[in-house]
Design a protein around this ligand. Sequence first.
Ligand code: SF4
Length: 651
Amino acid sequence: MQGRWRRVVRTPLGLTATVLVVAVVALAVLGPVLWGSGAGAVDTDAILARPSARHWAGTDNLGRDILLRVLVASRLSILLALLATVIAVVAGSLLGSAPFVLGRRTGRWVSAGVNIAVAFPGLLLALFFAVVFGVGATGAVLAIGLAGAPAFARLTQTLVAGVAARDYVAAARAVGIGRFRILLRHVLPNIAEPLVVNATIGAGTALLSFAGLSFLGLGVQSPSYDWGRLLYDGIGMIYVNAPAALAPGAAVLLAGLAFNLFGESVAKGLGVPVGGGLRGVGSARAGAASGPERTDQGEEAGDRSPEVVLDVRDLEVTVSGPSGPVRPVRGVSFDVRRGEAIGIVGESGSGKSMTALAVTRLLADHGRVDASRLEFLGDDLLAPDTAVRRRTLGTTLAMVFQDPMTAFNPTRRIGAQLAEVATRHQGRSRKEAMARAVDRLTAVRIPDADRRARQYPHEFSGGMRQRAMIGMGLMGAPALIVADEPTTALDVTVQQQVLDLLAAIREADDVALILISHDVTVVGEVCDRILVMYAGRIVEDLPAAELATAARHPYTRALVDAVPDMNTDPTEPLATIPGRPVDPADVPPGCAYADRCPLADARCEAEDPLLAADPAAPADSPRHRVACWQAGEPLPVRPDDRSIDDLVESP
Ligand code: SF4
């Protein structure tokens, strides 16, 4: 960080701006001390004197030296501008953060109010508030501060939304930390830098606005004086003594320029932007009661196995799209039992990550979740949130994200971020929580954990960060770990270490695991069962052991077929699935895979197949479900494509 600031100062623009700002601030501090008495001295012999060697900018109607008054006025001018800036930043930050804290519905009203306020010209707002608060310095400070607040609110809103989408915020939510605390601990520290930079630029604008109000007679009143007031006095004698108006005007211009240039060069150097639910499936999916997802499981609340950790029935996710609501998850049902590892596979847009976000309650403001049942350890995840529930979930449900770079708050030490779970949910003291964090880092095989706990995320390698994220999930006693593409951002060697670690934790602590991946090889290696998703539905649910040899849905078979093996001819192009995944906003009637399926016929295009137990599945595989009218039928062999049958028959 220090290096980045040093780089800013080293540029010609940055150096000039820094020198100017330092000079302006020094003038504000020292001006009244050095020239205060001289500026106030009345000299009746030199009333309205023109510029001379004794009075460089002449004198006013009481014979006071105008240049000295301009130098002395720097303190009040800058102080008032900074006060107005502080008001704008504080009010703007509160308004801009409000939607994050208040949630989607109430937040929308706040956002709408901010948008309306931003549409008004700032000067108009300042004049309006100046009239409301009255003539004088206090009224002008409030007027300029409040007039600047909407722009800061909009900026804060954008910055908060950007940080809120980061994985470490989702991780904090997953462990049950409240919105307000997340805002204080994880969001504000990460938007402080752009806010401060924009506030610096804002100070320059406030200075100009203040001079404007004083010049109009709405700001500082006599006998006090700032640059705007001196400009107001000097403009009356501009034809006899131009420097009387030019001197305060130049001071306003130089100081405003100094703050603006400084803010702009810092923004450029640091790369900072300048700029200022869940019930009711019946109505949404009328056919659900007799739908495919229920036929195979047949488990109602009363006969649910006590071993079930997560129970999902008829899960639907609805998000807003450009042309109306879109359903990326359309009636998904599955359960996860204690110690079981479930893999969810599918192409991008199949709904696998949305399913994970819905069951971990991380969709929050980004979509609506409907289900006929969504229970974790018997707790209804669709019920209104409570502190007790947050605490329970925070210690029993862990989430591992795809990108370890974004999974931790970059401004906080790793140990402190892990310890927060223990202080928050387990009532441990800071010392005990830190000891637990070190213990958990050791458990996830991070060497020299005591020292590492005191380091920042950027000091960890990608694999270590991912292991530390798993360690964070182990701060409590997790019954379920949801890992969303946990190895995609890692190199192959580290990928295997992370997969081995997840498998070891699962075995040692009987923790259930949901592993989301687009890679069938990865899930086949780690999981007991595989759920294959396509167009927001589960199209096949089968034991991992049957994936290569007994998959029955054409899509699953195509996914397996696309994985190269030792028999793949390196001179031939790799097998691919023809066509493109279905657009969630435009799902066709009938089977969503029909356009790409070599077995598709008229029935496939007219009727959507139900996910149901496959009568042809092996007798020892009662949980094998498939949604296909022609499950298990041989696929036609295309000359440029290997088929699953070749794969199965190959030695
Ligand atoms: S239902 Fe028809 S189109 Fe869909 S996967 Fe099965 S055979 Fe293919």
